[in-house]
Design a protein around this ligand. Structure first.
Ligand code: ATP
Length: 674
């Protein structure tokens, strides 16, 4: 669409047969503005010759009145101005009248004008000035008020014109950019849905082969495509076609991609829009857009409607109607609920929606009959990551030695989008180094860059700071190596990256539940940095701020969400439904709040003491590691193995991955809270 617009803007565009032809310029609204401006300037210029010259009362009194050149004096009351009309025969005495005008001054006048303070004051001044003039020759001032019908009209019409102009502008902007199904630039299309329609003609070249992993999710949506293609296969057994499916999962896991693949595979029209497209600042627009979307969809049934980021409108309706601000969104949601399973059922319209936040969605939206199916799209596991790498490595020129399995192992916790990004970054890094193929190291650099940010080798760091950072990072590394449940370490670096001055990189185990021991060991290794600073230098620095924040959040979660404190007990104050108003009031008493605070503090203090103890017990190894870090800047797990020996707590240290089916609630909560 944009391209077309750009082409239109060019005065020279190619004709169908490829010849250059000159198009007559198109008429547009700016022409009118231009014409008005030109007319205004012309009027002003023409008017110049006629308008009276500015002068002062002194000049009028001392020259014009004294010489009896004045014919009339007109006081304009409302403008507090006086116009002076000279006698025709005296005009020649005033050469300045002839200076700037295009023609000679008008004989009738007014010839001069000057401002006055008040009308009464001027009357007195005039009388005084003419004291010595005979009564017969005296000039009596005339009084008048000057009407400016054009100015008055402008002043009257301007506010209306402004309001209407702004109104038009806002509406035009609102209704602009609607592709496919509706909108256009017409202001009366504000209430029309902004859905993009894809049908047989529009080429969507995404299909299920482009979606790697997600086997269960794929199967579910494939079934929807089947429903639409062969409905009788299901209806003949008495089954009903599902109304909708909700794709739920963390960002970048491929929900939109899955929906696009459905559009590519199903040979039915596909309406796509985002939840925020319904939302507008005008009341009633959202609901009307929902109505219009379903009207269009019903006309094209069987078809699929896809609403991305549905939480923009599907958020749970408030309990407090007096707050008012969410009325418009609630109206939109109500309309959506009615359309999805109202009196007027839609046959053959299947609704797919995607969200990262199923927990905040309105329960009415989630019930069977509206979204019959909830399809969880989770972060990919090892096997899925390998498959996603396969998809994204295909278009790249690779070193044949590259092993997808290895890359998948290096990227735990990465989403599909992250993996796509790693592949792209690796290609860019290789290109920067002017290589012909992308090598393993490029991928590792890309992963480091995505986790830690850009390497800043030239950042100015004093020697003392560097020493602190080295001991800090060595503290993390030592403890995580020595504690059984801490994440296995991959490498430690003191090269600044992003905002961090140094970093220890771990390869987290992929697990679906986390035990208290694991959490405590992780807290201990996180506090290892600060503990190392205190033990080595006897003073602490701000470098541990990030660690402290992490540990505090972890401790709060342990006490108030996972029920891991003996004193607080097996209670969880986490609200997974997101429906309670905990932001205003806490679900526990002041006394419990104090207890939680105490327990959080105790947990952190104990972990800190433990960290210090571990470091004291292994002081030699820790110092050696720090020295090595200062020397080399980056060290790997092999170096730690050399210093501390093999890390083998009676089990093989390899990332053993089992397929996680189905995801447990504990796993869910852990990932959110920590
Ligand atoms: P959000 O919730 O933030 O909108 P999303 O789940 O809709 O995210 P997508 O937009 O579908 O994420 O994914 C972004 C990109 O990540 C895709 O364009 C694709 O390149 C890549 N990607 C994600 N998951 C997969 C997958 N399973 N297979 C292949 N590529 C994937």
């Amino acid at each position: 669409m944009t391209e077309n617009n750009n082409q239109n803007k060019s005065p020279f565009s190619k004709g169908k047969n490829g010849n250059n032809m000159i198009k007559p310029p198109k008429f547009n609204a700016y022409w009118i503005y231009g014409l008005i401006a030109v007319a205004f300037i012309a009027l002003n210029l023409l008017d110049l010759g006629q308008s009276p010259k500015e002068t002062s009362w002194q000049k009028v009194k001392n020259e014009m009145i004294r010489n009896q050149d004045v014919d009339r004096i007109v006081v304009i009351r409302n403008l507090l101005e006086v116009n002076v009309y000279l006698r025709e025969e005296s005009l020649d005495k005033y050469p300045d009248l002839f200076e700037s005008s295009f023609d000679s001054p008008s004989k009738s006048g007014p010839h001069y004008t000057f401002p006055i303070g008040t009308v009464e004051q001027f009357a007195q001044q005039l009388e005084k000035a003419q004291e010595k003039i005979s009564e017969y020759d005296r000039i009596e001032p005339e009084y008048t008020t000057q009407e400016n019908p054009f100015g008055d009209f402008i002043m009257w019409i301007l506010p209306f014109a402004l309001i209407i102009g702004i109104w038009f502008y806002v509406f035009r902007r609102m209704s602009r950019g609607a592709g496919g199904g509706g909108g256009g630039g017409n202001i009366f299309n504000v209430g029309k849905s902004k859905a993009k329609v894809f049908d047989k003609e529009s080429n969507i070249n995404v299909n299920f082969n482009d979606v790697a992993g997600l086997a269960e999710a794929k199967q579910e949506v494939e079934e929807i495509v089947e429903f639409l293609k062969h409905p009788q296969r299901y209806t003949k057994l008495g089954g009903k076609i599902p109304k909708g499916a909700l794709l739920v999962g963390p960002p970048g896991t491929g929900k939109t991609l899955l929906a696009k693949a459905v559009a590519g595979e199903a040979n039915v029209p596909f309406f796509s829009m985002s939840g925020s497209d319904f939302v507008e600042m005008f009341v009633g627009v959202g609901a009307s857009r929902v109505r219009d979307l379903f009207k269009q969809a019903k006309e094209k049934a069987p078809c699929i409607v896809f609403i991305d980021e549905i939480d923009a409108i599907g958020r749970a309706r408030g309990k407090n109607p007096n707050m008012g601000s969410n009325d418009e969104r609630e109206n939109t949601l109500n309309q959506l609920l009615t359309e999805m399973d109202g009196f007027d059922t839609n046959s053959g319209v299947i609704i797919l929606a995607a969200t990262n936040r199923a927990d905040i969605l309105d329960r009415a939206l989630m019930r069977a009959g509206r979204f019959d199916r909830q399809i969880h799209v989770e972060l990919p596991d090892l096997n899925e990551r390998r498959e996603i790498f396969n998809v994204h490595l295909k278009p790249l020129k690779l070193d044949p030695k590259i092993d997808q399995e290895f890359l998948a192992k290096q990227t735990p916790g990465f989403s599909g989008a992250d993996i796509a990004n790693v592949c792209n970054e690796a290609a860019l890094i290789a290109a920067r180094k002017k290589k012909d193929i992308i090598e393993k190291q490029d991928f590792l650099d890309a992963i480091d860059r995505i986790i830690g940010g850009l390497e800043k080798k030239n950042k100015i760091i004093s020697l003392e700071e560097k020493k602190t950072i080295a001991f800090h990072e060595a503290g993390h590394a030592t403890i995580s190596w020595l504690l059984e449940h801490a994440h296995p370490l991959v490498k430690v670096t003191i090269v600044p990256r992003g905002k961090a001055l140094g970093a220890a990189w771990y390869l987290p185990e992929e697990r679906s539940i986390t035990t208290k021991e694991q959490m405590l060991d992780e807290m201990c290794s996180t506090l290892g940095g600060r503990a190392a600073e205190e033990i080595t230098f006897g003073k602490v620095s701000t470098g541990a701020q990030n660690d402290l924040e992490k540990v505090t959040k972890q401790a709060i979660a342990m006490v108030s969400i996972f029920g891991m404190s003996d004193k607080v007990g097996n209670v969880s104050y986490y609200d997974s439904s997101g429906q309670s108003d905990y932001s205003f009031s806490k679900p526990y008493s002041e006394k419990t709040a104090e207890l939680i605070d105490q327990e959080v503090k105790t947990l952190i203090e104990n972990s800190y003491e433990r960290a210090k103890q571990v470091l004291r017990d292994n002081e030699e190894g820790h110092n050696k590691l720090a020295e090595l870090l200062l020397e080399r800047e980056v060290i790997f797990s092999e170096d730690l193995e050399e210093i501390f020996g093999k890390r083998n707590f009676g089990k093989e240290q390899e990332v053993e991955e089992k397929k996680i089916v189905p995801p447990t609630t504990e796993g869910d909560n852990e990932s959110k809270a920590v």
